[in-house]
Design a protein around this ligand. Structure first.
Ligand code: XMP
Length: 319
């Protein structure tokens, strides 16, 4: 894309002018915004940039590893991968209130990020994948639970505490433009077209208390569901699709024994902006097949249901 190629060169020049010989740190989330911001800054100032991935253990199956290998091996960008899953999961254990879960995750995220930034000896700049809509709305979230979108990636107060200035190279762009810029920077297509994923991750797709075992079960079920969606060629027709692990166990039969295991709910919606959404009309054979695979392949789940609620009155997430 000619326009975006020109924009990219201009943005790189602006980053060089702002950063000079300073050091930059960037928090990666696995999402397209922070990834594109990091790639752009790396093109501009090379190894003056260090990325930090705070891995809360609540990402999709294999997702943290994919981000690490893409940045380190494919792009050769210095990346610190902080496995903080024990910290996050033990803080969430026994906590069932959705808002408290979000706040706990947000608070820990900042603490872990700050500690890592200090270990690196600090930096002159903090990079953020802020988009134009974030700038104009200052992101107050009204469509669902009373939370601030991206609160998890919002490193509240950190730039001041550590005396860092912000670098926000995507401030003039909308999401679709960030995707075009990502392609321009060689970001793989499956990464660019990825469904939105909430900052608090799988913790809010696991109603009730979070445990490592529940997250493992949920990751496995979710990966099978998404695999079936991709194989059916439906991924790009869907805004968001994911599995939810319900805190309910039901009776089933397996061979000549009874089982007593978790229920998994599958969700898929179409939407333009996440503010309203319709449930996705799968073919029943598709759902039956996905359910069979999940029950056969994931130990811990013996029943699968499909959520046919639109938004409103429902929300996209379950909590
Ligand atoms: P709901 O469930 O309110 O979600 O219909 C609308 C969109 O927002 C995402 N979402 C979040 N994103 N932190 C985030 O970063 C959150 O706490 C959060 N809660 C919901 C949701 O995935 C959907 O895209």
């Amino acid at each position: 894309d000619w326009t975006m190629a020109a924009y990219k060169e201009q943005a790189i020049a602006a980053i060089r002018a702002q950063v000079g010989s300073g050091r930059v740190i960037c928090g990666l989330s696995g999402g397209v915004d922070s990834s594109v911001a990091a790639l752009l800054i790396h093109e501009a100032v090379g190894d003056q940039l260090t990325c930090i991935l705070v891995d809360h253990g609540l990402m999709r199956k294999n997702e943290a590893a994919e981000v690490v290998s893409m940045f380190r091996e494919h792009y050769n960008i210095p990346l610190v991968h902080v496995d903080a899953s024990d910290t996050f999961i033990s803080a969430l254990e026994g906590e069932a209130d959705p808002e408290t879960k979000r706040k706990t995750i947000g608070k820990l995220f900042i603490e872990v990020f700050e500690a890592e930034a200090k270990k690196l000896g600090g930096a002159d700049f903090l990079a953020q994948g802020t988009l134009y809509p974030d700038v104009i709305e200052s992101v107050s979230f009204t469509g669902g639970p009373s939370v601030t979108i991206k609160s998890h990636h919002n490193v509240g107060g950190l730039p001041e505490r550590m005396n860092m200035k912000l670098v926000e190279p995507l401030r003039e762009l909308f999401k679709d433009e960030v995707r075009v810029l990502g392609r321009e920077l060689g970001l793989p297509e499956h990464f660019i077209g990825r469904h939105p994923f909430p900052g608090p991750g799988l913790a809010i797709r696991c109603p009730g208390g979070v445990t490592r075992e529940k997250i493992r079960i949920l990751q496995d079920a979710d990966a099978i569901y998404l695999d079936e969606i991709r194989k059916a060629g439906l991924y790009d027709a869907i805004w968001q699709a994911f599995a939810v692990l319900l805190p309910v166990q039901t009776v089933g039969v397996m061979g000549d024994g009874r089982t007593y295991e978790y229920v998994c709910a599958l969700r898929a919606v179409t939407s333009v902006d996440g503010m309203t959404a319709d449930f996705f009309h799968f073919d029943m054979d598709f759902l039956g097949n996905a359910a069979t695979r999940i029950i056969n392949e994931v130990r811990g789940i013996n029943r699968v249901v499909y959520d046919v609620t639109s938004k409103p009155p429902g929300t996209i997430e379950w909590e």
